[in-house]
Design a protein around this ligand. Structure first.
Ligand code: ADP
Ligand code: MG
Length: 251
């Protein structure tokens, strides 16, 4: 069984400590929601796990299936099964989605392994059918002039094709209207299963109406201050984050 264990993690950007001792374990196939006010370190956590070079881990560990990934380069972490979906995906004009994902899938293969083109397209179309994505979509340039919903759809297709063990989805709901939110949620729910664990980072409770998490963690000032099941998200929606801040200050 796969697991992603974050143990007493401390992360700094330059001289500033952003993550201040965070512990969280995601089991195989579990969906965990990470919520919290803006500026609390949610994106920093996901980038540090993915291996972004600007983020320095000063203490603690991140274990994938019991093995530390902290010394691995970002591409090795991806090959080991970590996928990061960005809050603000980049546009890559001139590169089609089909070719972009193909390079990513090729890069994930071991040395000397060649991607079989017909097999690749077969799988791509299977995943697109599963996610109800139009075939025309793959010939468009990556994120070039895409709506918020289309960018997220492109990311979910990448995720489906790369088949990670754990996906870190940073504010997948930001900038989405209700219809797009539903499309993205349906995609995530389609991919959800024993082989894919998800850390779903979200500021709002709304996404969790569509993707029901196994566990909810509330982050504040670089730490997890509350944990619970999906009812915690509802409580937060009703009371706002001030309540967490106050409770944490007196704890
Ligand atoms: P969240 O995703 O919860 O809104 P972030 O992880 O984006 O929070 O930011 C946490 C803190 O780290 C904020 O105070 C932010 O200003 C700071 N921060 C994030 N990225 C950088 C960076 N590249 N350089 C300097 N400070 C940063
Ligand atoms: Mg963020």
């Amino acid at each position: 069984m796969s697991s992603l264990e974050i143990k007493n993690l401390h992360v700094s950007i330059g001289a500033k400590e952003i993550i201040k001792g965070l512990t969280l374990t995601i089991g195989a196939g579990e969906v965990h929601a990470l919520m919290g006010p803006n500026g609390t370190g949610k994106s920093t956590l996901s980038k540090a796990i993915a291996g972004h070079p600007d983020y320095t881990v000063t203490q603690g560990d991140v274990l994938l299936d019991g093995k530390s990934i902290l010394k691995m380069e970002p591409d090795e972490r991806a090959r080991a099964g970590i996928f990061l979906a960005f809050q603000y995906p980049s546009e890559i004009p001139g590169v089609s989605i089909a070719n972009f994902i193909r390079s990513a899938v090729q890069a994930k293969l071991g040395e000397g392994e060649e991607l079989d083109a017909s097999g690749y397209y077969k799988r791509l179309y299977e995943k697109m059918d599963l996610l109800k994505i139009d075939r025309k979509f793959t010939s468009r340039a990556v994120n070039d002039g895409f709506s918020g919903g289309e960018k997220k759809r492109c990311e979910i297709l990448q995720m489906a094709m790369l088949a990670p063990k754990f996906a870190l989805m940073d504010e997948t709901d930001s900038g989405l209207d209700i219809d797009a939110l539903r499309i993205v949620s349906e995609g995530v729910n389609q991919l959800r299963g024993p082989g894919l664990g998800i850390l779903l980072i979200t500021h709002y409770q709304r996404l969790l109406d569509y993707i029901v998490p196994d566990k909810v963690h509330v982050m504040w000032d670089g730490r997890i201050v509350r944990e619970g099941d999906k009812s915690l998200a509802l409580e937060l929606e009703a009371k706002g984050y001030d309540w967490v801040k106050k409770e944490f200050a007196t704890a």
